[in-house]
Ligand binder design. Structure first.
Ligand SMILES: C[S@@+](CC[C@H](N)C(=O)[O-])C[C@H]1O[C@@H](n2cnc3c(N)ncnc32)[C@H](O)[C@@H]1O
Length: 242
């Protein structure tokens, strides 16, 4: 099966994450050599830096809730809501949040990021880790995020992007991701298809600069960005005007 943008859809993506939910954290650790934790922490630092508004925080495509939990460490005074359309992923997150005794602070709900069930101008920060490239319509998701952000509120996107430069290390990383991910997926979750989808979805996704353009078309302006892992991962921080 050719797992590119053209033949995936929300139902496919939701089922796919449902099928790997209980192994997702383990495979994330293995495939990023544990780096995904540092990347989320860096995103939280960047989005909070010199922010001018306070208020609730939304984690879109929260999955197993790692981003929401990292956000809570720095923003412990505020309510955090995580949404995802995969119940299986959320169930892993619910157990994790409960174990960390954070269930009074982090609230999880099933929802589609294309249609956020929140009022306009609600959140001071929206985060989204490795989520946007799985969306059917990233522009619609960004419009929704702009709608629910307060004026002066910020969006942090952490995502895997196609590698742009031709350096040997970048190429090596790309080849490794393409072949190692399905192998690890097969060994640890008995699901190589899901882990063929993950690199394929990154390779067929737009560049970080194109996503920044789309973000600005949605009404958010660029604050800062950072490339990680030989340019295969980026953090993009944007802000809603006042
Ligand atoms: C790669 S996981 C990322 C999970 C988590 N944010 C993290 O940092 O590890 C992608 C998540 O996006 C969710 N997702 C994809 N499309 C979505 C949509 N349209 N609405 C809500 N969740 C979505 C999937 O169900 C999955 O849990």
């Amino acid at each position: 099966m050719n797992l590119t943008k053209s033949n995936r859809g929300s139902l496919y993506v939701s089922k796919l994450f449902g099928s790997i939910a209980t192994r997702y954290d383990l495979l994330n650790n293995l495939m990023s050599f544990g780096q995904h934790r540092a990347w989320r922490r860096k995103s939280v630092d960047m989005v909070n830096k010199d922010i001018g508004v306070r208020g609730p925080i939304l984690d879109v495509a929260t999955g197993t809730c790692d981003f929401a939990i990292d956000v809570e460490k720095v923003n412990s005074q505020t309510t955090i809501i995580g949404i995802d359309f995969s119940l299986a992923m959320l169930k892993v997150g619910i157990a994790k949040v409960k174990k960390k005794k954070l269930n009074q602070k982090i609230h999880l709900m099933m929802a589609d990021g294309h249609q956020l069930p929140f009022d306009n101008n609600t959140f001071a920060i929206v985060t989204m880790g490795f989520g946007i490239r799985n969306f059917d319509n990233p522009k619609a998701a960004l419009n929704e995020i702009n709608r629910v952000l307060k004026p002066g509120g910020r969006l942090a996107i952490l995502e895997i992007f196609p590698i742009q430069n031709r350096k040997f290390t970048s190429k090596l990383f790309k080849v490794g991701f393409k072949f190692v991910a399905p192998l690890l997926g097969y060994i640890f979750s008995n699901n190589s298809e899901a882990y063929e989808y993950l690199p394929a979805s990154a390779e067929s996704f737009m560049s970080s600069m194109q996503l920044l353009e789309l973000t600005s078309e949605s009404g958010l302006f660029h604050v800062s960005n950072k490339e990680l892992a030989f340019g295969s991962v980026s953090i993009l921080i944007s802000q809603k005007g006042n």
